[in-house]
Design a protein around this ligand. Sequence first.
Ligand code: PLP
Length: 447
Amino acid sequence: MIRAITENFKSMTNKYLSKRSLNAVWHPCTQMKHHEKSPLISIAKGEGVWLYDFDNKRYLDAISSWWANLFGHANPHINAAIYDQLNKLEHVMLAGLTHEPVVELSERLSKLAPSNLGHCFYASDGASAIEIALKMSFHYWLNTDRPKKNGFITLQRSYHGETLGALSITDIRLFKGIYTPLLYRSKQIDTPDWRNAEKGESPQDYALRVADKLERYLEKSHAKTAALIVEPLVQCAAGMGMYHPDYLKLVRGICDKYEVHLIADEIAVGFGRTGTLFACEQANITPDFLCLAKGLSGGYLPLSVVMTTDNVYQAFYHDKITRGFLHSHTHSGNALACRAALATLDIFEWDKTIAKNRIKARYLNQLTQSLISHSKIRNFRNCGMIWAFEVETKDPAFAEKFFQTAMKQGLLLRPLGNTVYFMPPYVINDQEMHFLIEGTIKTLNSC
Ligand SMILES: *Cc1c(COP(=O)(O)O)cnc(C)c1O
């Protein structure tokens, strides 16, 4: 069977596979009819920051395959860990049973994450982690005799995933609008994203002003509010909206004062993206729930986790079954995915990734000087290993055109509206950074 697939792939061409895919695969986040004119790019293999198609043309994966890949494609250490695990145990259910990779991963995450997050609950994707945090927060207040605390507050332009619960607390019209009749209500408050600051107002002053608005809302509504959920430091799907860490410090204080949980969605920003292992570290805060996914397994396998405090855990710990958290996913804590995650954490430790990334970011920032001075560019910004800017354009098809043009240059970039961003795998080297910036400028000039 393996032979059959390999043989088949040898004679595969980009166009042929794209055609079969368009017939049989319903692709995510895609109007399929738009592919009548543009075929899919068929990827045969990956290595480091590069993806190769069936004509052996290569593309620099400058967005880490939807913000997930950390240490490159086909990373030898992660591959070896998965092979090893495959020969021991591929999967076992996590109710009534346990296994070494899930125990070790939970212990290591608890040591690395902000303090007191000692309990790990697993799922497979980011949206499911969000569902878990929402249900746990609501259930906590129920178990502590505050059943009216069942509302959720989110930031404007927030993104937390696409299942119905996660979509309810998402604020991006393109994804949410149509499904509104199916969703529960949530409260959106002003985002600290500094692109919304008044002229002359610093990001820090702006963060202060919007945090104050949150406080005024909670003064009135804390008795019906279970939790505030935020994407710490960078609202990625909103177009890499960045904000001052003081906002997190302030909202942590406000949530404590009004007895409201703080849920940190670090699904995209966790694992070094913002320059520290977790974004919350930059504000020196511990959320009540920390949601992780995407880079958790190095971007290899579907794995997500919600980490929470002993205080939350104890509210469920009881003789009565219904006071427990009876949520489950079939592949909760999958052994292969946990091994990939452990291998990912090894690399952080052995390679001193966080310190090395600082040097890489400094180098890339030097190269971007030529971009910053480009006449089409606004709001150039950087946080850790994320770079973004807006492009002046009136073309509604800008994002698609930019993507197509960049692919011709061998660069995978997928703008969000008119926001172009870089989120490269951490293994990117100097030469590849040059390639990224030069390709971006060429693309800008012909778009
Ligand atoms: C991607 C993402 C999610 C959803 O994760 P999935 O694995 O795609 O379900 C949730 N929150 C944030 C901030 C994300 O970037």
